[in-house]
Write a protein that binds this ligand. Sequence first.
Ligand code: F6P
Length: 362
Amino acid sequence: MKGSATNTFGILTSGGDCPGLNAAIRGVAKAAYGLYGMKIIGINNGFKGLIEDDTGILKPEDFSGILTRGGTILGTSREKPFGKVKDNDFSVDMKLDAIKENYKKNNLDCVVMLGGNGSHKTAALLKEQGLNIIGLPKTIDNDIYGTDITFGFHTAVDIATEAIDRLHSTAHSHNRVMIIEVMGHNAGWLALYSGLAGGGDVILIPEIPYHMDSIKDHLKNRAKSGKQFSIVVVAEGALSYEEYKMDKKQLKQKRKDPGYQSKAYELAKDIEDKTGMDVRISVLGYLQRGGTPSPYDRVLATQFGTVAAELLYKGEYGNMVAREKDDIIAKPLEEIAGKLKPVPQDHILLKNARMVGTCFGD
Ligand code: F6P
């Protein structure tokens, strides 16, 4: 379209998938194609597709009817072009040369990248190399610095909360402690929100190292007050105080031990040993990343997508689209790159949860 800084752009999805990716792709594509007449090159399987020129023109029929679809029509990968080279891998320079060559070969004016923390780090590095990139923040973890929320998070909270609701009845019927492990390696947003929404009695997040004695006392006091069952919501990245004191290498070693399955299993054994209570486990895993996005995420993803199309039109490259209070704005990639957004120790939700008697293990 006359006046558009962008005639042709590539679009890719990188990192873990999440509900809302296709809604965001649709938002960018419908606006860019329908409003501004841009040509859209779909790049398959994340940055891997850019390295291998695994691309194809996206036509209206490709991005129509995908608003409610889970996953990503483009496929994704965790390819990190600047990451440490594995033995049978191309060197970083070779990958970078291939990216620049394919960027030019497809006559791209920009690449729109839907990704999480690691992918935005890659986007910032590619910006330094002179490529035009626009990032859209996606992840069920909601741990991307610089945006109040990422699409995928709200749907995952819905899924986890529904699971917690279901666990209450079986825990109550059997007088058991039910542990539900949710995703969130580095940040506990998903455990915090779903734990509060689902009435979790204990919520364990990576940001608050837990003491087994504190959990034991809480569960015992509940039993004394007549509540013979409890719900424990634990983020997969939650740390005991002992783990918190370990250095990265020691912690990695511990998690690699063949006997270690996941945090929920370790916690179940510790609770049984400390309390003698009957404990069961549910690891929610990839259910939190699957299926159709919630209406909230469909709206948010569409907002992010259409704002990205405006940035393409104006030629405002090198930014990540972000939600700040009620506004959708653009933030320079270098301000975001590689920064995490953990749950702050003074976050209001922690206070709200403690006020209704939730134990965080501290
Ligand atoms: O980053 C989102 C996430 O779902 C994390 O919560 C989870 O730990 C990780 O991805 C799983 O990664 P993968 O899909 O590579 O197994």
